[in-house]
Every structure is written in structure tokens, then in C-alpha cells.
Design a protein around this ligand. Structure first.
Ligand SMILES: [Zn+2]
Length: 236
């Protein structure tokens, strides 16, 4: 199986590739580390360089075509390019995404609440979950325990399993009931060891220690049982 570069090695920030298709609408490479977006994590940005010129990449379309900034040159088909991610943005997104998985694991383990959605920008994110009663001191207790778990240095690993293996894994399925479409045969699992495992396509740091100290900035009520937790992370 040919995995995209952002799955083969989540730390890849620059690489060489050949241009398969190219227009101002989108550039397809034979290998790309640009995360296309999904699962609440926005797409990567960065640049492609070739023959002393460069195109700034502002996003990724469905199918993986890279979207150049309007007015920037685009590489010819067949050109060898060097791709470089905006690594500050990407690393921030990796830390933020991993932080949300720690929050997810803690709200389930300690408060019995199931996550219903999440979204993020670099260094800030939100997570929605179902919690009928919010206990006194919930916000500060959640923040304390989340940071305790981060400080433990739990390994965060990625593995690919078959759809049937994913469906048979109770930990994975508690967050994924409706999130594994029928046509998907292989499922990528992100495992914050001992705390949280879920089907996930995003990019993550290798240890919770790399997340840094998380602030729980807000706990909002959005309706019956519907809570929204907002988090922020410091600059690395
Ligand atoms: Zn995720």
C-alpha cells in the first residue's frame, strides 16, 4: 500500500517530488506531505520550489491537488520540485490535534462523556461532547488532569488496521460509530497509549510531552447535554 507522506512520516517537512499535473487551479505531485484537511484539522500551507522560483501553496483540494496563491508561477508537468511545509503552522496543528485527543480521553475516562465533534486552528481548538450534568469545578479539574496526562509523556502512535479490526475494537468504536464509511477498507488508528484510541487521518506529535501546557479557556453549554470545551496552547 502506498501511504501518503504525511502518514509515512508525520515529521516530514521538506521532500522532493515530480509534478504530475499542473495549472493555476491545482498542482498534483507524485508524493506530497501536505495534509489535505479533515477530521477537524485544516490543510497545510507551504511552498514548492523549482529552478529558482517558487509557488506559495495556500491549501489542498479534494484529491490532493495543491492550490497555489493567485499570481504565483506554477511548475511545468514533469518538473522536479522541492516541497516545504509551513512547519510552524504544521507543528502547531500537530500539537493542537494531539491535545484534543488527550482531552477526549480524559472526558471519557473521568467524566463518562462521549465526544461528538471537534475543530481546530493552530494553537486553539474546541471539542464538543455529551455531558448532561457539569460537575462543580469541571473546567479547572479537566485542565489539571489533562496537563497531568500530558506530563506523563504517553507515546502517540499511528497504525493502519482493516475495517473489521477497527469495528471490533471497542475503544476505537466509541468515538467512531458513524465515522467509518462503508467503502473504507483500511482505517488509521491514532493511539494515545493507555488513554485514547480513535480512527483518525490527522497528524500528531509522537509524545504527549511535545504538546506543552494546555489551557481550558471555556466550557460552554450549547443545549441539552451538549457541552463545548475550548482549549489553547502556548507557542512552542
Ligand atoms: Zn483527531
Amino acid at each position: 500500500m502506498n501511504l501518503p507522506l504525511y502518514w509515512q512520516d508525520q515529521t516530514t517537512m521538506s521532500w522532493r517530488a515530480s509534478v504530475l499535473e499542473s495549472s493555476t487551479d491545482g498542482i498534483m505531485l507524485d508524493a506530497s506531505a501536505f495534509y489535505p484537511g479533515g477530521g477537524g484539522q485544516p490543510p497545510d500551507a507551504g511552498v514548492l520550489e523549482w529552478d529558482g522560483v517558487f509557488a506559495r501553496i495556500e491549501g489542498v483540494r479534494g484529491g490532493g491537488a495543491l492550490v497555489p496563491r493567485e499570481g504565483d508561477p506554477v511548475p511545468p508537468v514533469g518538473a522536479c520540485v522541492v516541497g516545504r511545509l509551513d512547519d510552524v503552522r504544521r507543528r502547531s496543528l500537530m500539537r493542537t490535534h494531539s491535545a484534543l485527543h488527550v482531552v477526549c480521553g480524559v472526558v471519557y475516562r473521568d467524566f463518562g462523556a462521549l465526544v461528538t465533534g471537534s475543530n481546530m486552528e493552530p494553537l486553539s481548538g474546541r471539542m464538543d461532547f455529551n455531558l448532561p450534568e457539569v460537575p462543580d469545578g469541571f473546567k479547572s479539574e479537566l485542565e489539571r488532569v489533562v496537563n497531568e496526562e500530558i506530563a506523563r509523556g504517553r507515546a502517540i502512535t499511528a497504525r493502519i488496521v482493516t475495517r473489521d479490526e477497527a469495528l471490533a475494537d471497542a475503544d476505537v468504536m466509541r468515538t467512531a460509530q458513524n465515522l467509518i464509511p462503508d467503502q473504507i477498507e483500511q482505517v488509521r488508528i491514532i493511539d494515545v497509549q493507555g488513554l485514547d484510541a480513535q480512527a483518525d487521518s490527522g497528524t500528531h506529535v509522537a509524545s504527549t510531552k511535545q504538546i506543552g501546557e494546555v489551557s481550558i479557556t471555556k466550557v460552554e453549554s450549547k443545549g441539552k447535554g451538549f457541552r463545548r470545551v475550548r482549549i489553547t496552547l502556548p507557542n512552542a
